[in-house]
Design a protein around this ligand. Sequence first.
Ligand code: B12
Ligand code: SF4
Length: 575
Amino acid sequence: MDFLLISPPVSNFGQAAPALSVLTSFLRSKGWHACQWDLGIEAFHHFYCEQTLRRSYQLLVAKDAEEVLLDLGQRVVSEIERAKETLRRPGVGADTNTMRWALHTIRDASVLLTAASGGGWELQDSKFDVPGALRSFSDLEQAYADPERNPFLSFFEEHAAARLLRDRPRAVGISITYLSQLIPALSLVTVLKRVLPGTPVILGGAYLTATENEMSRIPCSTLLADAVVLHDGEHALDLWLRHVLMGDPEPSHPNVWLRDSNRYRRTSFGACPQVDLDSLPIPMWIADGLRLDDYLVPQYPIALPLSRGCYWGRCVFCNISSQTSSSYRRRSVANAIADIKAAMAETGSRWFDFPVDSFRPKHLRELALAIVQEGLSIEWGAEVLLDRGFNDEVLADLARSGCRCLRFGMESACPQTLRAMNKPVQPQTARRVLGSCRKHGIRTAVMFIVGFPSETQAQIQQTYDFVVDNRDRIDFLTFHTYSLVLGSPMAEDPGKYGLYLKPGRAIFSPNLPFVNTNPGGMQEDHVAQIVEPMRESLREFFPDLGELWTVGIGGWMTFANCCEAPPAEPPVAQS
Ligand code: B12
Ligand code: SF4
């Protein structure tokens, strides 16, 4: 095996990261024997199983833990396997009570595992944290190498080392999409370096790309890898493999950073090259790696990336564009249809959740018409803008092609705040698009940001009122609190937005601490005090608000819930 590409824990128990399938297939098309491995799902089953949970429970018994915790532990030990099985059962998406019980059992299992760590670490289904680990690079190094503060170290020693020794890949890549994967990924590199000394290791992924500005000051003794790739990985990875496995000259590519004494050095400057999506082969969903039955879903939702980047790309709070090197690209309709057919044949699934930043309405409509024309019986969802191009005819065509759910970043319902954000959304248009979705049986997930620096409490009230007034056309709702993220226009020039940076930022954190000087605007801690009561009072209208399957982004069951619920929805009045 030339190359093994790994997605480390803690990732997603509903679906593998699409980067695995995209990069593996690209490397194969270049002649490499590349394989993919979602170690995240294996770790999930290792920790969230009866045996591990029983050990955690016994630890708590030995420590004489509080009764309420022991009761929770006992329940979780006896119910975890049934809960996991339940989430794989067809129809569970439409059975809210059962889904609530199963997901709460998984949540309680996290409580048990975390409690048994005695404060060493915190584990959730999509979160992992070691207190104090991100204070400095040396704190991080200690955290990932300490088995007391990091259960993944012994998991890798016991479960990953054997496969590495068996496969003996000539080079290894680790994909880091989320902060939750950072510490486990670095523990994995330490294990790798021990069991396969001399094997070159490369890191890449959206999370590292988000911390790009920090790259030149990150010590190699912290990341441990031989190379790092930021932004699109396809060609950079191929060039690096040629270098380390075939002796080609060192890659000279703006996305590639190589180890240079104790720092990483960018191998070439200039704009990061962007892959032409039509030049890529069809992704591989199973080949030599993924076991789709491992995921806790009634049917595997194929995460087929049909576009990258955002065609608007100008919201001042957003760093998504920087991560995708700005420009909007998409797969041609012919290639998209070929991808869909191949994925259905390979996986047996007919569910697609397109992992995109945006998709122009007219492009989605072209795709929808082709899906209908080809007679493909699929159900799909995607995240898109609240663009006025999503008119009634377009949404009718999307629905005919199997669209069951659209996720929208609306951010605010206050025109002034939207202007300050440079967000191209108008509340009236939003109301119309959401109503039209409902009319055509497309479920809607709407995401808001609360506490944008110029936002006053009265402006937040406008968002609240919008949500209540439009509750007949919003199915899922998410409130994020505002954060100043690296790579966003606001982070480039905080003073322009009335923000001053505070010292003491954590390492590897895309979020920057700030002081807000906007008149009437709120400080970060004040925002948190507003959001919770707001969520509480909205539960009257959205009883499942905050449940894992109702979260706009990250709520993996949202999609299953949309596909499995009866399609007929009462039409709403248009205005
Ligand atoms: C789809 C998606 C999801 C899906 C994930 C589906 C899945 N199975 O993974 C869902 C909806 C579940 C989701 C959830 C969340 N997401 Co999300 N998500 C995305 C999105 C829109 C696309 C990611 C994607 O798959 N793209 C397609 C693939 C092909 O691209 P890629 O992963 O970047 O891979 C390329 C390169 O990075 C590189 N590469 C990748 N791996 C490797 C490895 C090596 C070795 C090399 C060399 C290169 C390389 O090459 C690849 C091909 O060019 C991104 C936005 C974005 N544009 O990245 C946000 C994004 C990744 N999500 C984000 C966030 C914050 C979240 C949540 C935490 C939100 C929340 N609060 O709940 C949750 C966390 C879930 C979790 N921990 O499991 C952030 C991450 C921010 C950060 N980097 O810190 C992003 C970047 C959006 C943003 N800027 O806000 N998400
Ligand atoms: S927030 Fe959404 S619409 Fe705005 S630039 Fe980012 S991806 Fe594009």
